[in-house]
Ligand binder design. Structure first.
Ligand code: S3P
Length: 172
């Protein structure tokens, strides 16, 4: 199949720890497309880390900046974009992603996610809390929403390269 026919950006969505950035970077390499990590783009635009934005301005402010940065990333040359776990949960950001990209949900069991983020994660939603419990609660609330993505890929235990191959197969 002709992958150059892939016009839309590819946007990876899913919970923290599922491997969106690692998988996205490798997927972009295989497709010879640029890769952009949306959280990194937000940090560059704000001149602050995601944790600092949450701390100083709160989550709603972060979500608004996140939507604007993702909207900007959708323009221009097609690329692979890894989003922060909450981006697709925001109604406006999700509508934008669904309308303009191929949205891929990377899905894994909360036990697998907790193992991948480790015990001392600095993400604002996990810091000082039990990651396994938070991730399990977030999965309950968010999975039905992530399920609106165009393509679903499970990455339980599998190495990231296996996940990349599954995506390549799914997008043909
Ligand atoms: C968040 C996920 C994080 C980051 C922020 C909020 C979330 O991104 O955007 O901490 O709400 O799930 P990752 O999924 O890249 O960790």
């Amino acid at each position: 199949t002709d992958r150059s026919a892939q016009q839309r950006p590819i946007v990876l969505v899913g919970l923290m720890g599922v491997g969106k950035s690692t998988v996205g970077r490798r997927l972009a390499g295989r497709l010879r497309l640029p890769f952009v990590d949306a959280d990194t783009a937000i940090e560059e635009a704000a001149g602050m880390t995601v944790a600092e934005i949450f701390e100083r301005f709160g989550e709603p402010y972060f979500r608004d900046g996140e939507r604007r940065v993702i909207a900007r990333l959708m323009d221009g040359r097609p690329k692979v974009i890894a989003t922060g776990g909450g981006a697709f949960i925001n109604d406006d950001t999700r509508a934008l992603i669904l309308a303009t990209s191929t949205a891929i949900w990377l899905h894994a069991h909360p036990d697998v996610l907790a193992e991948r983020v480790g015990r001392r994660d600095t993400r604002p939603l996990l810091r000082g809390r039990n990651p396994r419990q938070v991730l399990s609660e977030l999965a309950t609330v968010r999975n039905p929403i992530y399920a609106e993505a165009h393509i679903h890929i499970t990455s339980n235990k599998s190495p990231h390269d296996t996940t990349v191959n599954a995506i390549l197969q799914a997008i043909g």
